[in-house]
Design a protein around this ligand. Structure first.
Ligand code: DAH
Length: 341
């Protein structure tokens, strides 16, 4: 037994390791439960009682020796690791951050706003969380108008006041007219919300650009000219427009505007359902009731308004068939617009 201890001691005194893994191997070899020192402990039972003290001491010394040796080896590798760290150049610049691309809806919105800015419009914005007055009441919606129904509008609170998510950007008209006297010439981009089931053709939120011009002697002909100018700049100089009579509570008369289908050039295709025309906006002359509600005298001033969906214009420009693509944040889709950025 003493011999075995002596041999192991010499062996341990000479051990060396070239990596942390090798140190671990040595620890397992000598100090683990199945290691050679544990084996000695097991043999200890067979040592005659008169030698137990001496042998016990030697085994303990050997164990301490092995522990110290392994701790020393470990430390030397830890130091080396620190040295390696010192060799890392912390002043080097980090790898470049990959730039993202603008969302297609932002690209189209910016293009739309640039066109209207070129025609003298300024940009106005309003809150997405609105009240009944700005979204409905001031815009001449009768109290029982179906658009106020729970099915279309996300209500936040009914008591004390009706607080809701705006269903259209026409609410910004009211906000601007309440605070300013004409001339007013604004475009209002923003997100709107409607309680609709999500599908390829509808979503519970989407984006609009609203336009408003109030001044003395504003006529329907002015409206038509601005919309024609917009359509030609947005979709090309060959683009035709047509206005169909329609109804909105806040305009009188009201119209919906179609443009000649940008996809088939007006010949008729699946997108325009064979008609050669696609609807892109609603518009009309601001109803005198709306002007009155906002503190503007309809005997002196008149004006026009229009509103259109940014998704619809984007669909036409980039042929995106499924509305859900716009909010899924799939980078493969978003990267397709890199060139347009
Ligand atoms: N607010 C309407 C909507 O959300 C769009 C609209 C139609 C806006 C006619 C207008 C307008 O300003 O004159 O469907």
């Amino acid at each position: 037994m003493l011999n075995k201890i002596e041999k192991l001691k010499e062996e341990i005194l000479q051990v060396a390791a070239s990596s942390m893994e090798e140190v671990e191997q040595l620890r397992i070899k000598y100090l683990s439960k199945k290691g050679s020192i544990s084996a000695l402990m097991a043999d200890f039972r067979n040592v005659p009682a008169e030698h137990k003290k001496e042998v016990g001491q030697k085994v303990n010394e050997l164990k301490s020796l092995a522990q110290e040796k392994i701790a020393a080896l470990k430390e030397s590798f830890a130091l080396n690791a620190d040295k390696e760290l010192e060799e890392v150049d912390l002043t080097r610049s980090a790898s470049p951050i990959e730039l993202g691309t603008r969302h297609p809806l932002s690209l189209v919105k910016n293009e739309m706003l640039r066109i209207f800015e070129g025609m003298g419009f300024t940009i106005a914005e309003g809150p997405e969380i609105e009240d009944d007055w700005h979204v409905f009441e001031s815009l001449n919606f009768a109290p029982d108008h179906p658009a106020r129904d729970m099915q279309d509008t996300f209500f936040i609170s009914r008591n004390p006041a009706d607080i809701l998510l705006r269903t259209h950007t026409s609410s910004v008209q009211t906000r601007v007219m309440e605070k300013n006297q004409p001339p007013i010439r604004i475009v209002c981009p923003g997100r709107v919300y409607r309680n609709e089931a999500i599908s390829a053709r509808a979503h519970c939120f989407f984006h609009q650009v609203e336009g408003l011009y109030i001044d003395k002697n504003v006529s329907f002909a002015d409206l038509k000219q601005v919309l024609l100018g917009f359509a030609r700049q947005m979709f090309g100089p060959e683009t035709k427009i047509r206005l169909r009579p329609s109804y909105f509570p806040f305009t009188e008369p009201s119209a919906e505007m179609d443009i000649s289908c940008d996809i088939c050039g007006g010949k008729g295709c699946a997108f325009c359902k064979g008609t050669g025309w696609v609807e892109i906006l609603g518009c009309g002359m601001v109803d005198p009731n709306v002007l009155k509600a906002c503190g503007i005298d309809p005997e002196i001033y008149s004006g026009y308004a229009f509103g259109m969906g940014i998704e619809r214009i984007t669909n036409l420009k980039y042929k995106v068939k499924d509305l859900r693509m716009f909010s899924e944040n799939d980078v493969r889709f978003l990267r397709e617009f890199e060139a347009a950025n």
